[in-house]
Design a protein around this ligand. Structure first.
Ligand code: ADP
Ligand code: MG
Length: 646
């Protein structure tokens, strides 16, 4: 049995550092918070080698007297709270008195600080928790802390440090957060001497957003101002539905000006966008909550990015309400419920039987444009228009993300509706306003295996819901998801680009400029070459603006901006180590998705045939790059069985 003993201070600090100092970005976070707590009006952050070699934060805050400058590195040394009562109502960002002690225990730290009433500044040097030197120095009022060689004395931690690029991304993101939370403070961030962010004091969040994100983003931001007294006041900006992200990286939440990651707030935000944004798509948001101090507990996590609300549900409701109000003010109103069942499978259908004995080559697929003389087709189309406007700003109609089971149901029901439409069209005075129940085809339509696709023999007949190609081959009927089919074709093409020499790209009439966020601009350096190799002509202009001079031939110019955001925000920087191939695949998949024909888009017969022919030459014609099926089949055998003909 070992005897229990109290750990020496320095060891205790190193253990605490495991929670506070997770990575370079967490050091930056703690030090920037200290500067803000010290009432700084100007904060400068310089990093080298992703923060490994150097992180230096300078501010013009109130500084420290010499005794405090030494004491600050003791654990539980804080000037911010004194009593238990203070802990219940914390108005500063720091309060645990742990950060400096933790940081100094795992790095080489130099602190220079001066208060306004003294002539000389104090310089304190601490390495691995050991006080090395204290003496006079020179500087203006304020504090500079330089942190060098992070984890130099904890080799195990050092090994787990991510790549330089990953850390740069996180640091840029942290500084951006605080710059948004404090428009009144000037921020500068440099990386290896190059400027990543520089913003002068701004009068409000809107002006600050403009400084950071540029005018493009600002144009799509809607102001939020709502909430309820005693629960939470909600302010900030959210994006119009056309601005869309595939992850939550562009959502910034602050509670009493403290940057937090919080499920309650994220949940309230998403709830507010319900039926406005489709599943899996996230808005951009800067949300500031003002919450009475006694309503929250900020002392939940050493890094203080998590908080606890006393009344979770109330806070969530208040946020959702504020979001809905903001959207409504901009004229964006969610449908009362999901799309009604009756219109969700509105059919736009051209069945071969409608055009008897027409020569294939002259077959006109263009009967989907309904006229008012044809009340049935017209109402079907109207219903369809309604159905798609319910998600008017959505990148994909809701059917797109459905699981294969749903597709089968859709298939079955579509047959039903098609039959209905035909019966009515032929005989408007039909005794049935709707067709009586027909047999369900769900159990007989199956995803197609590669081996079952007959090369060359597939003929398109028309489109279902302007989204699925209806085709026949010798084996029976096929339904092809036009978007994922095209996605597969393009994915293979873009991935091949590396080996092929000729890069097909089109020059834009006017170069498009994109303003990158500081974090995106760090990610851009990683993907620049890959993007050039698949047909982008890119040029970095001053600061964080990139000019796009040319784009891959298949990409519609209107998609460039969203594609850029998607690639830069989704590049999983951690994956960098695992090779270039995955990075290229990720970019190719994003590009393929943006460039592919959408669902709810009418295709000519030629285009459908082209899609089918090209699809069959791809590496995997029956699954899309994300693993979804591309083709469903209803075989002759099953059709005959369905009609009891066998
Ligand atoms: P906390 O922020 O939780 O109080 P820290 O370890 O981060 O704990 O800092 C300890 C103390 O050092 C702070 O309470 C503050 O008094 C002082 N301090 C730290 N950074 C600064 C700074 N940039 N300017 C002035 N005082 C500072
Ligand atoms: Mg602190």
């Amino acid at each position: 049995m070992q005897k229990i003993r109290i750990l020496p201070d320095n060891l205790a600090n190193q253990i605490a550092a495991g929670e506070v100092v997770e990575r370079p970005a967490s050091v930056i976070k703690e030090l920037v918070e200290n500067s803000i707590d010290a009432a700084a009006t100007r904060v400068t952050v310089d990093i080298e080698l992703g923060g490994r070699r150097l992180m230096r934060i300078s501010d013009d805050g109130h500084g420290m007297v010499r005794d405090d400058a030494i004491l600050a590195f003791e654990r539980h040394a804080t000037s911010k709270i004194r009593t238990l009562e203070d802990l219940a109502a914390i108005g500063t960002l720091g309060f645990r008195g742990e950060a400096l002690a933790s940081i100094a225990s795992v790095a080489k730290v130099e602190l220079i600080t001066k208060i306004v009433d003294e002539l000389a500044a104090t310089r304190v040097v601490i390495e691995g928790g050991r006080l090395i030197d204290v003496k006079d120095a020179a500087r203006d009022t304020g504090t500079t802390i330089a942190v060098r060689d992070l984890f130099f004395n904890t080799p195990a931690r050092r090994k787990f440090m991510r790549s330089e690029a990953t850390e740069n991304y996180h640091i840029a993101s942290i500084v951006t957060h605080y710059a948004l939370a404090h428009p009144e403070i000037a921020f500068t961030l440099t990386n290896n001497g190059r400027e990543v962010l520089r913003v002068a004091p701004a009068k409000d969040l809107r002006e600050r957003s403009f400084q950071i994100f540029g005018s493009q983003m600002l144009d799509s931001l809607l102001p939020v101002s709502g909430g309820r007294e005693y629960v939470a006041r909600v302010s900030g900006f959210i994006s119009a539905p056309r601005e869309r992200r595939t992850n939550r990286d562009s959502q910034y939440f602050f509670v009493n000006n403290r940057f937090v990651r919080d499920k309650t707030i994220a949940g309230g935000l998403l709830e507010g966008y319900r039926s406005v944004l489709p599943h899996g798509v996230y808005p951009v948001a800067f949300l500031f909550l003002d919450v009475p101090l006694e309503e929250i507990d900020v002392n939940v996590h050493p890094a203080k990015t998590e908080i606890r609300f006393r009344r979770n549900e109330a806070v969530k409701d208040v946020i959702a309400e504020a979001i809905r109000e903001a959207l409504a003010k901009a004229g964006i109103v969610a449908e009362p419920s999901e799309i009604p069942q009756s219109t969700s499978v509105a059919v736009n259908f051209a069945l071969a039987a409608d055009i008897p004995a027409v020569d294939q080559s002259r077959m006109d697929f263009d009967i989907s444009e309904p006229s008012r003389e044809d009340p049935v087709l017209y109402s079907v189309a109207a219903a369809q228009a309604e159905a798609s406007s319910a998600v008017s700003e959505a990148p994909h109609a809701p059917t797109h993300d459905h699981e294969p089971e749903d597709k089968l149901a859709l298939f079955a029901e579509a047959f039903e509706r098609a039959a209905e439409a035909r019966v009515d069209a032929v005989e408007p005075s039909s005794v049935y306003p709707v067709l009586p129940p027909v047999n369900d085809g769900a159990h007989i339509a199956k995803p197609v295996e590669v081996a079952d696709v007959s090369v060359g023999g597939i003929r398109p007949m028309g489109q279902l819901h302007e989204s699925f190609i209806i085709a026949v081959d010798d084996e029976g009927l096929l339904l092809i998801d036009q978007h994922v089919a095209h996605e597969r074709i393009l994915f293979d093409k873009f991935r091949r680009k590396e080996t092929d020499r000729a890069v097909e790209s089109q020059n834009l009439l006017l170069p498009e400029t994109v303003d990158l966020t500081p974090a995106q601009s760090q990610a851009f350096e990683l993907v620049e070459d890959e993007m050039a190799s698949i047909g982008f002509g890119l040029m970095r202009l001053s600061g964080r603006t990139v000019a796009i001079k040319s784009i891959p031939t298949d990409l519609p110019a209107a998609e460039v901006r969203n594609l850029f955001a998607e690639i830069l925000d989704n590049i999983d920087l951690e994956k960098r180590g695992s090779g270039k191939a995955t990075l290229r695949d990720d970019i190719a998949a994003s590009l393929a998705c943006k460039a592919a024909v959408k669902i709810n888009m009418k295709l000519t017969a030629e285009k459908m045939q082209w899609l089918i022919d090209r699809l069959l030459t791809t590496s995997s014609p029956t699954t899309c790059p994300h693993g979804r099926p591309v083709i469903l089949r209803l075989s002759m055998k099953d059709i005959e069985r369905g009609f009891h003909r066998t």
